[in-house]
Design a protein around this ligand. Structure first.
Ligand code: FMN
Length: 425
């Protein structure tokens, strides 16, 4: 009996030791659920799951914007842009492309039973757009765009030498779908520029930066590249694109270098969600000792925008803007003593975040200064009913840009000094 009790005591002691060990090492039988990273939610709690029905639209995204190559009966190479294109089978690897019978490309492909798919990188956005605006019936597009037509190695279709990926296809089927005829092309060969492919034939898509056809805009790897039926005007003598950004593969650099002070706005309204998003970007800025000594007043009432435009001599564009954000320093949150002045850097960093966020969202904004001009400050405080301990750094008019304002190139290598200052001779 006593032996049994001793055995039970020993067993109990072993269980306690094991439990204590598991607790101290963090191991336990029940696995702790993995932490959900907030970024998965995009930090966008405002996204709604409610849907609006808009009828039978082809909103599969992302949509490609590829260029189809074909030869005419006379052997003349032609190209046209197509968004209604995609992989439709694996074995044999097949691609479908739908083309209206009115296109020269349709006539060509019907005759030769071959075509190429040419995947453009972002730098060819204007070429691609132009090829989708002008018919080969009217112009030699290869010549006009300065592109080189190369005869396919395996098919009777030309490919574009300058584009990073080209695919040779042989037509196996044509399907009349209504407005378009779909050509099913069996892929005979795919070629990729050596610059974009590794030894295992893996393609670096971020380097190629392919183009997404997104309705109102073409998009690249995180950047708006131009507008359909617009950017191709770069090749016209009598017209210019209304939106022609500097292109970067890195979307952050694209936003930084395309930001400009926008002073001309269309009548399109910015909404509350957009203004909230801008302020959210502002509040992501760094601040001294993480004091966040700021407050933001978002303005979406016409009368308030007009009132501010009356009192601020350098913010007349508020008359056109459809929104504004006023960046204020909250002195009750600022540091003490001489460090109090850090509120200016803090609120300036928030302002720059707002300007960059606006650019990245397709909006325009401009920093109009208030502090340290005290007359202006007094007036803005009165109009916005701001408390005594607030200081107004600036007013940022926001709206949809007309396209008139362009970024400046401010790079000056003479202002960069390495390791120590050196006087430029
Ligand atoms: C982004 C974009 C996508 C297009 N997608 C298609 C398409 O999928 N099918 C089509 O028939 N036309 C499409 N087009 C229109 C043709 O590319 C355009 O009519 C072209 O001028 C025809 O050229 P072609 O007559 O030389 O063949 C598209 C145009 C653009 C700009």
């Amino acid at each position: 009996m006593q032996n049994k009790a001793t055995l039970l005591n020993i067993l109990l002691a072993i269980i306690i030791v094991v439990l204590v060990y598991q607790l101290s090492t963090g191991k336990s039988e029940t696995p702790t659920p993995p932490k959900v990273h907030r970024a998965i939610n995009y930090e966008r709690d405002s996204i709604s799951s409610e849907k609006k029905s808009i009828g039978p639209k082809g909103h599969i995204h992302p949509k490609p914007a590829v260029v189809i190559g074909s030869y005419g009966k006379d052997g003349k190479p032609n190209i046209m842009t197509a968004a209604w294109a995609g992989v439709v089978n694996s074995v044999p690897m097949s691609i479908g492309v739908s083309i209206r019978p009115s296109r020269l490309s349709y006539e060509n492909i019907m005759a030769t039973k071959a075509f190429t798919i040419n995947v453009p990188s972002a730098q060819f956005v204007a070429h691609m757009d132009y090829a989708g605006n002008i018919s080969g019936y009217d112009e030699d597009k290869f010549q006009k765009l300065g592109l080189t037509a190369v005869k396919g190695d395996f098919t009777n279709a030309p490919y574009i030498k300058e584009f990073p990926i080209v695919i040779e296809c042989e037509v196996t089927e044509t399907i009349d779908l209504g407005s378009h005829v779909q050509f099913i092309g069996k892929v005979i060969d795919t070629k990729v520029d050596l610059a974009y492919i590794d030894d295992e034939n893996q393609i670096d898509m971020s380097m190629i930066n392919p183009i997404i056809y997104g309705g109102e805009y073409y998009y690249g790897y995180g950047q708006r590249l131009g507008k359909p039926w617009d950017i191709g005007k770069r090749f016209k003598d009598d017209a210019y694109p209304t939106f022609e950004p500097k292109l970067y593969n890195n979307p952050t650099l694209a936003t930084i270098h395309n930001r400009k002070s926008v002073r001309h706005f269309t009548s399109q309204q910015v909404n509350q969600q957009q203004l909230t998003e801008l302020v959210r970007a502002g509040m992501a800025a760094p601040t001294a000792v993480n004091k966040q000594p700021w407050a933001f007043v978002a303005i979406n009432e016409r009368s308030k925008l007009d009132e501010l435009s009356e009192i601020l001599p350098y913010a007349k564009m508020l008359k056109q803007a459809t929104g504004a954000i006023v960046v204020c320093g909250d002195m009750s949150r600022a540091l003490d003593g001489v460090a109090k002045e850090y509120w200016i850097q803090d609120c300036s960093a928030a302002t720059q975040n707002i300007l960059l966020a606006a650019e990245s969202m397709g909006l325009g904004a401009v920093w109009t200064g208030v502090h340290p001009i005290s007359d202006r400050e007094v007036l803005v405080k009165k109009v916005l009913k701001l408390p005594e301990h607030f200081t107004v750094l600036n007013v940022i008019p926001v709206g949809y840009p007309t396209g008139e304002d362009q970024p400046k190139d401010k790079w000056d290598e003479n202002k960069l000094h390495w390791n120590t200052y050196t006087e430029i001779q």
